[in-house]
Ligand binder design. Structure first.
Ligand code: D41
Length: 707
């Protein structure tokens, strides 16, 4: 072997060529010893170092890389990463509250939704919110068969082999339901975190910023041997699919999980009312520093599982649970410079570049400044924020971070301001393309008018297009599209689908010859792209990156229009914001004027429409499925009137909508069903006049199978 200690950057081509075969052979022997013979020959660290060196050499001399190089095979798992696991029961997220009032509102919202009398009890559990990452464990006949990360809540990553190495996770259960999915948090204790970082530093490996990152980095190792060497722990706090209920309440379900052998948090408490919930929050907060692991708040959950079921959830958060977050940590530092970033929709977002400072264990060097009013010390209604103090370059500012969000600026210290500091002048031209940046009436944000000619908007749109919730093309992330854009390979989404034609085998310039790419990875990318030509309608609508159109509104549009052609035709016909197509768009529950205008505008004649149609020409758009038609009320327009005795109006409406019905406020010729409680007046009469079917509350409950 040539001098393996020579810096890769200084290797000559001949030296690299001489070193490669030995390196490859060494790694291949190690791989076989480990995977096939189950007898590792070299230490993990040595293996990793060899592999890093090989990758570095290949990156420097891409044409020397072999298609079957060990760098293209990551351990036992496929090179692309983990397999995907759809969650049969969606992993919901949690709403956040910060103040005592937020918690009082939460309890009041539940009471009013359920129509509880003032004296009726509403018990809630309160437990620490572990700052780790959620994991779902599936047991069949008492045997752990699968572990999946949360992912986007609908689809996670298969980390079964890694989860098996965590001591807190039982491999077998006795007396469990036939099918049981246990959900909880993977975390690392302070002590184990410190020891791990010390070991990492000693080996010259990267250290972790905090226990949460260490836990995430350890669980998401493609090589389960690495996970096994990391001291991860697990607290169970919820469940997914169950073949049989665990118990009738949240609290007793957790007790049952404990009896089955899971670790559950000992600070979980059953609280009778708001006062007890807040008292327990204070008690947990007081112990925070001595718990030995990171928590970032307290989670409250309605205790009665029947009430949880009635409360249900809205979009992705349950109505029956809330996280009460601890106040964010603060730190003072100097704001060195204000920079403007241009986003996908042209928004000019000011970012503070800070002298790096540690806030809650994480080094912060950037903070968002929101918009020009925020910098000037004004809120969206023209009132003062920070007592009207503006922010200038060179100022001393107080920054904070809450959870995973981008750090923010809370305050500015005027006593330390340089007397010569000038107020910040927000640009009126886009810093990326020079187009005019304008602020529309009522909009807090100034936007670049350059549209797709603005490189920043084009790149951000592309990044959004390939993001996980959109096209999610394996091997094509933000970094890659940015590089392709810079070199003129991909200017708009349609170009992704001609990449193989333009830069594939036989072309003058080929992807496999780019730095960081090889024959195999290039072909993998072309295959991954081809695979995504078939795309569900909702994903395509979301991927277009139209302002105001998030994942859930894209879903609403898809389930309304069902097919791509119908959607495009309708948006085109609604072009003047009048007429039946426009009315039809606004009739979708959840689609308002702002969203409607934004979508229709994207399909106005012009470059954006052209780009969308060019893209669609490469795709095979899969029709959306109409909403749950197995429900007997799906598609019906229902009106509730009179006094409902078994549930509140809010609950009745939410349930009907969850079953695919449309709930209207007044009776018309379009009404299919009137549910009339006692005291129904003019609506019942009108229904009778129009020949609309009228039923009472009990008949309605029977109809939806909720007696
Ligand atoms: O300790 C936690 N991090 C925690 C997270 C917890 N104790 N309980 C939780 N409960 C839920 C629901 C109510 C949705 C079952 C959670 C989370 N969710 C959660 N963590 C991350 C996303 C959602």
């Amino acid at each position: 072997m040539s001098d393996a200690h020579k810096d890769v950057e200084r290797l000559s081509r001949a030296e690299a060529e001489a070193e490669l075969p030995g390196l490859v052979a060494h790694l291949e022997t190690a791989n076989t010893a480990y995977h096939t013979d189950d007898a590792p020959e070299i230490a993990d660290a040595e293996y990793d170092a060899l592999k890093r060196r090989l990758a570095a050499i290949e990156a420097r001399f891409p044409d020397l890389a072999r298609a079957d190089s060990p760098t293209q095979q990551v351990g036992a798992a496929p090179a692309e990463g983990f397999g995907k696991v759809p969650h049969a029961v969606r992993m919901l997220s949690l709403g956040n509250g910060f103040s005592d009032e937020d918690i009082a509102d939460f309890v009041e919202r539940m009471r009013s939704y359920l129509g509880l009398a003032t004296e009726a009890p509403l018990l809630c559990t309160a437990e620490p919110k572990i700052d780790g990452l959620s994991l779902s464990l599936r047991y069949e006949n008492g045997v752990l068969v699968q572990a999946a990360t949360r992912g986007d809540g609908a689809v996670g990553e298969n980390v079964t082999e890694n989860a098996r190495t965590i001591a807190d996770i039982p491999q077998k259960l006795t007396g469990a339901p036939k099918v049981l999915e246990v959900r909880g948090e993977v975390y690392m204790s302070h002590e184990d975190f410190a020891a791990l970082n010390a070991r990492q530093a000693e080996k010259g490996d990267k250290t972790f910023a905090n226990p949460r990152n260490a836990a995430a980095g350890s669980l998401r190792q493609l090589d389960a041997r690495i996970t096994a060497a990391r001291p991860l722990r697990f607290f169970a706090y919820a469940w997914g699919v169950l073949s049989q209920p665990l118990a009738a309440t949240q609290f007793t379900s957790i007790e049952r999980l404990k009896a089955l052998g899971f670790q559950v948090n000992p600070l979980t408490k059953l609280c009778a009312d708001l006062t007890e919930m807040l008292a327990h929050y204070r008690a947990i907060e007081a112990q925070r520093a001595t718990l030995g692991y990171d928590i970032d708040g307290v989670v409250y959950k309605a205790n009665d599982l029947a009430l949880q079921a009635r409360l249900g959830f809205r979009s992705t958060t349950p109505r029956w649970a809330l996280a009460h977050k601890f106040p964010a940590e603060l730190a003072w530092t100097r704001l060195e410079k204000i920079e403007i970033q241009v986003g996908r929709t042209g928004a000019l977002s000011p970012v503070a570049r800070l002298t790096p400072v540690t806030v809650g264990g994480v080094v912060v060097s950037n903070a968002t400044l929101h918009n020009e009013d925020y910098i000037a010390g004004r809120d969206s209604k023209g009132g003062d924020i920070r007592g009207g103090k503006d922010i200038r370059e060179g100022d001393w500012v107080q920054v904070y971070r809450a959870g995973d969000v981008i750090p923010k600026v809370a305050d500015v210290d005027l006593s330390r301001r340089d007397p010569g500091a000038a107020p910040y002048v927000f640009p009126h031209l886009c810093p990326e393309c020079g187009s005019e940046a304008i602020r529309e009436e009522g909009d807090a944000v100034r936007r670049c008018t350059g549209g797709l000619i603005c490189p920043a908007q084009a790149v951000e749109k592309l990044k959004h297009f390939v993001s996980r919730a959109a096209f999610d093309i394996e091997g094509l992330g933000a970094k890659q599209v940015e590089a392709f854009y810079k070199d003129g390979w991909v200017q708009e989404p349609a170009d992704i689908f001609t990449l193989e034609n333009n830069f594939g085998p036989g072309c003058p310039r080929q992807l496999k010859n780019r730095e960081g790419w090889g024959e195999k990875s290039a072909q993998n990318l072309f295959d991954a792209i081809a695979e995504k030509r078939a795309i569900p309608l909702a994903k395509l609508i979301f991927a277009l990156g139209i302002r105001h159109v998030g994942e859930s509104s894209a879903q609403l549009l898809a389930t309304h229009y069902l097919g791509w052609d119908r959607f495009v035709d309708a948006m085109t016909a609604a072009g003047n914001f009048v007429g039946p197509e426009w009315e039809d768009l606004l009739s979708i529950d959840g689609v308002g004027e702002t969203l409607g205008r934004s979508v229709v505008s994207a399909f106005h004649d012009g470059p954006e429409r052209e780009a969308i149609l060019r893209l669609a020409a490469h795709l095979n758009v899969q029709d959306a499925t109409p909403p749950a038609s197995e429900s007997p009320v799906s598609g019906l327009t229902v009106v509730f009137t009179g006094t409902l005795e078994r549930m509140t109006r809010a609950e009745a409406k939410a349930r009907a909508e969850a079953l695919g019905a449309k709930v209207a406020g007044s009776v018309s010729a379009k009404t299919d069903l009137l549910v009339a409680g006692p005291g129904a007046g003019s609506k019942a009469k009108k229904a009778a006049d129009l020949g609309v079917k009228v039923i009472d509350e009990d008949a309605w409950l029977a109809m939806i199978g909720a007696t």
